[in-house]
Design a protein around this ligand. Structure first.
Ligand code: SAT
Ligand code: MN
Length: 619
């Protein structure tokens, strides 16, 4: 027998023996990639260019291994169906950590572990985790490449699904890498592995992932480590991890706001333009509102973003918002020609990835709520035959469409302006059966911050865990605040204090989901929400009436345009009602929520609560 000894090559760069089709002149990036490659031991390294040829090769390969099914070219050109592992379908908040140096900086709403301890655990998990796979290097920028200060990131991942999705969701590839190199810029390193190494000869599964999952932000280092999941918010690290958790920390340090908000442009029949940002928890109709088709004549909505807004003060003292993303990652079920025709038109143009929806017999996709009539036969998201008689829905409730925002037929041209748009109103909204009126205007910025800080919603399928339970979701940011939420409230108050009050956006609290005693929705929602937007604009212009109530300014029934609306007086009354008993029940819940924050809760918010109690006559 011949003995072969394999000595480790003595190279200066660890990982350099792994074949790579690219490189960089950026020293820190080069050494980080080499270091990760040495730890995770992939078979090869691919530097993502973002080209059409690369997209073709990647998607072909995903079809080949069974992760993607190519859809009918005539119905959904250049589009793919994908089914995840049934256990990997949503963000995993209980596995999500803010690993700040000090525990107090993660605050009472985040999971925390000491950075060194987390790094030790995860380094062990990453060791050899990319064996048999390709390590992809994805240079990306959140926001515009030509921003004054472009917000760069580089994601390393071993998932081709992630690369394909990142290409839709963010500006990526060679042009970004070139810019990082030219500027010798800082970037947020974002490391992702599905945690499913392949032994030689081992056949891959369609959706590799691990039972062990960690989604970790290191706020001081501006660094992200993610392991074990391939799902959107856990794996497309430019989205929630960077643009909200890490960016919120940057925003705190630099005096701006990184928020879970859509951005829309509203034009009145007279041609007055207002830009509105709105925060809702996941799966509360944010994408629908962003693309709303007004039912009231002459009003026009255009979209700038459906999920994230970065807001900075301009030289004129106004707050300007940009959408850092490049695509839409919308909840599929409930999206249809009646509820969101513009989303339907956006996906009809193709170039999209659909995850955990059903497949039709003619190679298209379907989900609950897409059409009134259910198809006679489908393959459901778990790969089983489905008919209208089936007892389970065909699509997972958190199934998603991932589609380029530039395909949206009502995209506002300002979307591409690196300076963003001046925001006139901020809406906070939740899903509440009771208590919260259709719309309430805050008295001022601090009161609006109080509304945001106490925002509550019934939980949805966008995160794992029980559905339908009321939880506080401050500014719809509960799972996304990258630091102590008490400090975050303080930051909101400080932003208001440092600004010219007259130029600050006005704040409103909305609830489309109130129900009557029989459990029916009292407000029709969807396109009819334009009536609420109209009232908001008229409040901004000082022309609409309101009643001053203990909780803020609520429309008089006459001030809300209900022309042609099929709604009873009683339904309208319930929609706008400020019910003393319901509020008396709400107060102890707010108190309990505030108590969680101890001394980090700004005293101004306690003062707001005291004022509310006094006005309600609650002890
Ligand atoms: O699930 S994601 O984080 O990708 C989207 C969302 O929940 O808003
Ligand atoms: Mn979201």
């Amino acid at each position: 027998t011949t003995e072969t000894t394999t000595a480790t090559p003595a190279t200066a760069t660890p990982g350099a023996e792994i074949p790579s089709d690219g490189s960089t002149t950026h020293a820190r990036l080069a050494s980080w990639v080499a270091e990760v490659a040495a730890l995770t031991t992939p078979d090869r390294i691919h530097w993502v260019t973002g080209s059409d040829e690369e997209w073709k090769a990647l998607t072909d390969e995903l079809v080949e291994v069974g992760t993607f099914t190519r859809l009918n070219e005539d119905l959904k050109p250049n589009s793919f169906h994908c089914a995840s592992d049934p256990s990997d379908v949503a963000r995993v908040e209980d596995r999500t950590y803010i690993c700040s140096v000090e525990e107090k900086d993660a605050g009472p709403t985040n999971n925390w572990m000491a950075p060194d301890e987390m790094k030790a655990i995860m380094t062990d998990l990453y060791r050899g985790s990319m064996k048999g796979r390709t390590l992809y290097v994805i240079p990306f920028v959140m926001g515009h490449l030509n921003a004054d200060k472009p917000m760069f990131g580089v994601e390393i991942t071993d998932s081709a699904y992630v690369v394909a999705s990142m290409r839709v969701m963010a500006r990526i590839g060679t042009k970004v890498l070139k810019r990082i190199e030219e500027l010798d810029a800082d970037f947020v390193p974002a490391l992702h592995s599905v945690g499913a190494p392949l032994e030689p000869g081992q056949k891959d599964v369609a959706w590799p992932c691990s039972d062990t999952k960690y989604i970790v932000q290191f706020p001081e280092e501006r660094m992200i480590w993610s392991y074990g999941s391939g799902y959107g918010g856990n794996a497309l690290l430019g989205k929630k991890c960077y643009s909200l958790r890490i960016a919120s920390v940057m925003a705190r340090d630099e005096g701006w706001l990184a928020e879970h908000m859509l951005i829309l442009k509203l034009t009145s029949p007279e041609g007055t333009v207002k830009y509105i940002a709105a925060a809702f928890p996941s799966a509360c109709g944010k994408t629908n509102l962003a693309m709303l088709e007004p039912t009231i004549p002459g009003w026009k909505v255009e979209t700038l973003g459906d999920d994230i807004a970065w807001m900075k003060f301009g030289k004129d003292g106004r707050l300007y918002a940009v959408n850092p993303e490049f695509g839409l990652f919308g909840v599929a079920p409930g999206t249809g020609w009646d509820t969101n025709p513009n989303a339907m038109r956006t996906i009809a143009k193709g170039n999209s990835v659909f995850t955990n929806v059903a497949l039709t017999d003619d190679g298209d996709i379907w989900w609950e709520g897409m059409t009134e009539e259910k198809p006679a036969h489908l393959i459901d998201w778990k790969g089983r035959d489905w008919t209208p008689e089936s007892t389970e829905p065909s699509s997972h409730p958190n199934s998603r469409f991932c589609t380029p925002i530039e395909q949206c037929p009502i995209l506002a041209p300002e979307y591409d302006d690196p300076q963003g748009v001046p925001i006139s109103a901020i809406l906070f909204g939740g899903r509440r059966k009771t208590t919260i009126p259709l719309v309430t205007e805050a008295r001022d910025w601090v009161h609006g911050t109080f509304m945001g800080a106490t925002l509550s919603s019934e939980t949805t399928a966008a995160a794992t865990g029980a559905v339908g339970v009321v939880r506080r979701d401050p500014m719809a940011m509960l799972p996304f605040i990258g630091y102590n939420a008490g400090d975050y409230f303080n930051h909101w108050i400080k932003v208001g204090k440092d600004a010219d009050a007259a130029k600050l956006p006005k704040i409103f609290y909305v609830n489309w989901f109130r129900r009557d005693a029989d459990g029916g929705f009292v407000w029709p929602g969807f396109g009819e929400n334009s009536r609420v937007l109209k009232w908001v604009v008229e409040r901004l212009e000082g022309t609409a009436a309101a009643v001053e109530t203990p909780i803020g300014h609520v429309p008089t029934p006459e001030s809300l345009d209900t022309d042609g609306l099929d709604m009873t007086e009683e339904q309208l009354r319930i929609a706008l009602n400020v019910d003393a008993d319901e509020w008396a029940a709400e107060i102890p819940q707010i108190q309990e929520w505030f108590d969680k924050f101890g001394p980090t809760l700004p005293t101004t918010l306690w003062t707001e609560l005291d004022g509310l109690k006094a006005r309600l006559g609650v002890k």
